[in-house]
Design a protein around this ligand. Structure first.
Ligand SMILES: Nc1nc2c(c(=O)[nH]1)N[C@H]1C(S)=C(S)[C@@H](COP(=O)(O)O)O[C@H]1N2
Ligand SMILES: [Mo]
Length: 199
């Protein structure tokens, strides 16, 4: 992917079974952003779920903080071939938001402040496998890593984990997000090496 931010770290080979095919282990925590880092204040941040018929449900920062929090520790895998084991986060499972909207839609567009988008099958956002997170490694999420809050979908390539997340739009039919329209895979399962169209 083009447009890396500075801070890209070295990575090395490993035969660790946690490493998906074609990946390397990163030293440190690389920053990958396709554009500038938007600055969003917590007191103006909102998270909106739009259902397939256009109905909206919105959470303020305070309402989001009041939801039941989890602390997932997970491995993450970037399609540019770095992986990082055992990253620890704190946030709210996406299921907690989806519980308030009518179901039936099969797909979702995850939308960010700054305009980034990425499409994800709804099944991958639900079932306790995705979170809206606001802490990394015990501290508030840094702006360059998506603070105040980002999506975390560790079982898919990390471009699906939209930084500076502002909402989810449910869709009856799949549409492509930013990288997907430029040739990256619709689903992005790192264990199947679903990197680009046709993988
Ligand atoms: N809004 C937004 N989210 C984004 C991106 C981006 O450019 N903009 N890059 C994606 C990519 S390609 C990766 S690998 C991860 C990088 O997250 P990090 O910078 O915290 O390592 O964020 C993903 N989420
Ligand atoms: Mo990435």
């Amino acid at each position: 992917m083009s447009g890396f931010s500075p801070g890209f770290k070295r990575f090395h080979r490993s035969d660790d079974p946690r490493l998906p095919p074609g990946q390397f282990v990163a030293d440190g925590f690389p920053v990958l952003s396709a554009g500038p880092t938007p600055r969003i204040e917590r007191d103006t941040w909102t998270f909106t779920v739009t259902d397939a018929s256009g109905g909206e449900r919105r959470w303020t920062w305070a309402e989001y903080q009041a939801l039941a929090q989890e602390s997932p520790t997970v491995d993450i895998h970037c399609v540019t071939r770095w992986s990082k084991f055992g990253t620890s986060w704190r946030g709210v499972p996406v299921d907690a938001f989806l519980a308030h909207v009518p179901n039936g839609a099969g797909y979702a567009m995850v939308e960010s402040y700054g305009g980034y988008t990425t499409n994800v099958p709804l099944d991958d956002l639900a079932n306790g496998r995705a979170w809206i997170v606001h802490e990394y490694d015990g501290a508030p999420l840094a702006p360059e890593h998506g603070g105040p809050a980002r999506m975390l979908i560790p079982h898919l390539y990390f471009w699906k984990s939209a930084k500076w997340v502002r909402g989810i739009r449910l869709m009856e039919r799949d549409e492509q997000g930013f990288w997907e329209s430029l040739g990256y895979h619709d689903r992005g399962d790192p264990w199947r090496e679903q990197r680009t169209w046709g993988d």
